[in-house]
Ligand binder design. Structure first.
Ligand code: NAD
Length: 382
């Protein structure tokens, strides 16, 4: 038995950011906070958004203190600032970090407490600050997901708040906004999207709709990732990446992520490392481990990536190799690039086991297995 909820209105297409003005009117926004990061604020994208706000005559303020792997105290500061300024609507503008921070702030600005109080699944009530998400990277899918991933800075631990109530009211996906994403961030966020699609399709709690969306997302992503990296102004490639990222987000939100994310979030917690890069490093090693349980599905993924092989086992193996080659081709480095101390593998493995999505991996994983997977990824590509 499963349910399939889509609480977010999705507006999609090149130029769709211009529909924000109308959307704010639809939800009767009066005092708006744009939540973003300093990179976006400096990139010139923010002035485009501000032009729209000014044209609509909206009263708004900008909170641009969000950092990568958003920190709990900044989310709390954001909610406090919103309260002090009588904000009634959030617009999250940026990659997964501003969107997740805005989702977290939307919870505590209405329900109080600290964001860590809501860690886990279905711990929040219905009343959240209305939120419009506008992604500027094609990777996390956070614009439509039921998750907010926040760093607990006391424990150095990335945790997830997961509930359909945290989802945005409206997501506006305009692929033109991603043209300025630098190639390395395009590569790592694209691999994040691919990981969502693969884990959403194969998690042991998945269902047919999430499977279908996840598998189709693989085609969108793999057909266009290299092109989006090498030719950033290729709008067709950017468009396909944004659609793949959206689908990957829809898939894993209704299913789950699994061990790749458990390990990536542990790395992000201890090393403040870019999330998509961590996923790209770990994905093929977790797939090799999962292969005995996932032969058929991995073969279908391989075929969606264009591999022509009717034998499931060899197609699946070729698919995993292809993912390794793809991440090298698009310039993503291996685990040693993160300046990892192998003495941390044990702690990283403990954090991976503790992750709420560990139980969703299609093959059972314990602490010892995680240590071996970290070691393999570390030794394979120095
Ligand atoms: P990010 O939001 O941290 O942004 C990375 C960098 O890209 C920043 O410096 C930003 O300024 C820059 N940037 C963003 N858009 C740009 C643009 N159009 N042009 C130029 N620069 C731009 O990166 P991300 O990968 O999008 O998000 C990662 C975060 O999302 C992690 O914390 C991860 O845990 C989280 N995440 C959340 C979900 C979810 O469902 N909530 C899913 C996956 C990942």
């Amino acid at each position: 038995m499963f349910d399939f909820i889509l609480p977010t209105k999705i507006i999609y297409g090149a130029g769709s950011i211009n529909l924000l003005e109308e959307e704010l009117r639809n939800i009767k926004a009066k005092k708006i906070m744009i939540i973003t990061d300093k990179g976006i604020a400096k990139s010139g994208l923010l002035s485009k958004l501000e032009d729209i706000m000014n044209h609509g005559g909206y009263d708004y303020m900008v909170f641009d203190d969000i950092e990568a792997n958003p920190k709990d105290y900044i989310v709390e500061e954001c909610a406090k600032t919103a309260g002090e300024n009588d904000i009634d609507t959030f617009v999250a503008f940026g990659g997964g970090s501003p969107m997740d921070a805005a989702k977290g702030a939307a919870v505590i600005s209405r329900q109080g407490g600290r964001i860590r109080d809501y860690q886990g699944k279905n711990k929040i009530g219905e009343d959240c600050m209305p939120l419009i998400t506008i992604p500027t990277t094609a990777g996390t899918g956070s614009e439509v997901t039921f998750s907010s991933v926040i760093t607990d800075t006391d424990r150095n631990f990335k945790f997830t708040v997961k509930s359909p109530y945290i989802a945005a009211k409206t997501a506006i996906l305009d692929p033109e906004l991603t043209i300025s994403v630098p190639s390395l961030i395009t590569a790592s966020t694209g691999m994040d999207a691919l990981t969502h699609a693969i884990e959403g399709y194969t998690a042991n709690c998945t269902e047919p709709i999430a499977e279908a969306i996840g598998l189709y997302a693989v085609e969108y992503i793999v057909s266009s990732l290299s092109r989006a990296v090498s030719k950033g102004d290729d709008l067709e490639a950017r468009d396909n990446m944004m659609m793949g990222s959206l689908m990957g987000g829809l898939s894993f939100s209704h299913s789950d992520v699994a061990s790749v994310h458990c390990m990536a979030e542990a790395l992000g917690s201890l090393y403040d490392a870019p999330h998509g890069l961590c996923n790209s490093i770990l994905l093929p090693y977790v797939m090799e481990y999962n292969l005995p349980e996932c032969e058929y599905k991995y073969a279908r993924i391989a075929r969606a990536m264009g591999i022509d092989d009717s034998n499931d086992r060899s197609a699946a193996e070729k698919g995993i190799e292809y993912i390794k080659e793809l991440s090298e081709e698009i310039g993503l480095p291996g685990l040693s690039s993160l300046d990892i101390d192998p003495d941390d593998f044990e702690r990283l493995a403990e954090m991976s086991v503790e992750n709420g999505s560990n139980a969703s991996n299609p093959r059972k994983v314990d602490k010892e297995t995680y240590i071996q997977l970290f070691r393999k990824a570390y030794e394979d590509r120095r």
